[in-house]
Design a protein around this ligand. Structure first.
Ligand SMILES: Nc1ncnc2c1ncn2[C@@H]1O[C@H](COP(=O)(O)OP(=O)(O)OP(=O)(O)O)[C@@H](O)[C@H]1O
Length: 433
């Protein structure tokens, strides 16, 4: 056991206080910067084909960009080029507008965090020593390193007193993965490279780690490049997805909804796998689609008056709202025929409502589980409209239409030509995963 090993007793010479990066509390964490790859090529010695062939792409500041592509297409090579674990054969990498090749390696490590599968932790080092790696390399003062280690462990949901002195083998896969993220964030880099970080954990832990990453990103606004074989993971995490073919060639680079609504070709379709329309529902918020308005009434309205309004509008029922505009009852034409007094005396309670913040898939589930064909949608619990099967279908059509227009507007010759070239290539085994 490592009882005697703490961050403060590692065997390095005492580092000068205050050396290294500026203070990095969470609240003032360094936000992400743009990454630009310009005509980037990497040909490994002795290989006939380049692993990365003339790749040009911009990764916007503060976004998560997911790289998806078949095994061996050059994703890891691209990541290692960005943090200069390997040198390009030609081309440029700009991080925050600065040429990565001109930055001293130290500075680059400080600017780019790297997370790999199972966290890539050093087995002979404690958790604290693993997390302290980059700050130590940057010669931070020991008390500051110790403080930062605890802060990072807390950030990723690991109690420092419980975990800092353990060794990686004494942690579960998911916990090791969290330590990997803590280590990558320790020096507060603007850029985080994550190479299949959640590939080796079970689906439930994976889902939880994905949620935690999104939660962290809400706070930290890093620029994150995320490699995955799992298209669903790319859809969930990516602000944008780049679908890559051999040589890291970009077949399609767009927001998830656009790729799902309008895959560039069969190669991309292969990655999306089955159920593309369902995935599209998953990335679309109910409040963002055209909802049915319905006829509404207030609880105190006269039943006869509401009946007249329904008859005139040729609508079968009204949504009755309380004084705070919350939907509380359905009142049908039949219920109200020949009635007087408050409409609320004749309605039936609304049992299912859904928040406009929910996605369309949740809306569809609510509809299928409800005994009505419409479900009232709320924002801050106030009524904003109705969702129905027609709404869902209309939204899918509209998303496809929008994607078609965006694609037509942004299509450049090179991408189109490439898309056509790979259109006939078989999708990878992992594509449907
Ligand atoms: N050090 C190396 N020397 C020679 N060839 C290499 C080296 N590293 C990778 N390659 C080759 O470069 C190509 C791209 O590899 P890379 O690891 O970047 O792909 P990848 O898309 O990350 O694959 P995977 O999804 O399987 O991890 C492959 O054909 C691989 O065999």
């Amino acid at each position: 056991m490592a009882d005697d090993i703490t961050t403060g007793t590692t065997n390095d010479a005492a580092a000068p206080a205050g050396t290294g990066a500026e203070d990095t509390g969470l609240h003032n964490a360094t936000h992400g910067v743009e990454i630009q790859l310009r005509n980037l090529t990497k040909k490994y010695p002795g290989q006939s084909r380049a692993a990365v062939q003339d790749v040009t792409m911009t990764i916007p500041a503060g976004e998560i960009v997911a790289l998806v592509g078949p095994s061996g297409c050059g994703k890891t090579t691209t990541m290692k080029l960005i943090n200069r674990l390997i040198e390009p054969t030609s081309g440029e990498i700009l991080i925050g507008g600065e040429d990565a090749r001109k930055q001293p390696a130290d500075q680059l490590r400080r600017h780019v965090g790297y997370v790999i599968q199972q966290g890539g932790l050093f087995p002979h080092m404690t958790i604290a020593e693993n997390v302290a790696l980059v700050p130590k390399m940057l010669k931070w003062a020991k008390p500051r390193i110790a403080e930062r280690v605890d802060e990072m462990l807390e950030l990723v949901g690991l109690e420092p007193t419980q975990f800092r002195d353990r060794y990686p083998r004494q942690l579960s896969g998911g916990q090791q993965q969290r330590v990997g993220v803590a280590r990558a964030l320790a020096a507060d880099p603007p850029v985080l490279l994550m190479d299949e970080p959640f590939g080796a954990v079970d689906p439930i832990t994976r889902g939880r780690l994905q949620d935690e990453l999104l939660h962290l990103q809400d706070e930290l606004h890093k620029t994150i490049v995320f490699v995955t074989h799992d298209f669903d993971e790319a859809v969930k995490l990516g602000d944008r997805i780049a679908v890559l073919a051999e040589g890291s060639q970009i077949v399609q680079y767009a927001e998830p909804a656009e790729i799902l609504a309008r895959p560039a070709n069969d190669f991309v379709r292969g990655f999306i796998g089955t159920g593309g329309a369902m995935k599209l529902l998953h990335v679309t918020r109910i409040a963002d689609v055209e909802l049915g308005a319905g006829v509404t009434a207030q609880v105190g309205d006269d039943a006869g008056t509401v009946h007249t309004r329904l008859s005139e509008a040729d609508e079968p029922w009204a949504v009755v709202l309380d004084a705070n505009s919350r939907p509380v009852q359905w009142a049908t034409v039949e219920d109200l025929a020949g009635k007087q007094g408050p409409v609320s005396d004749y309605g039936t309670p609304i049992t299912t409502t859904i928040s406009g913040r929910a996605d369309l898939q949740a809306g569809l589930e609510a509809l299928l589980g409800s005994d009505t064909d419409f479900v009232p949608v709320t924002r801050r619990r106030r009524y904003i409209g109705l969702v129905s099967l027609n709404t869902v279908q209309g939204a899918i059509q509209q998303l496809r239409e929008q994607a078609r227009e965006t694609a037509a507007a942004s299509k450049d010759g090179a991408t189109t030509a490439l898309a056509e070239t790979v259109a006939t290539a078989p999708a990878s085994k992992e594509g449907g995963a």
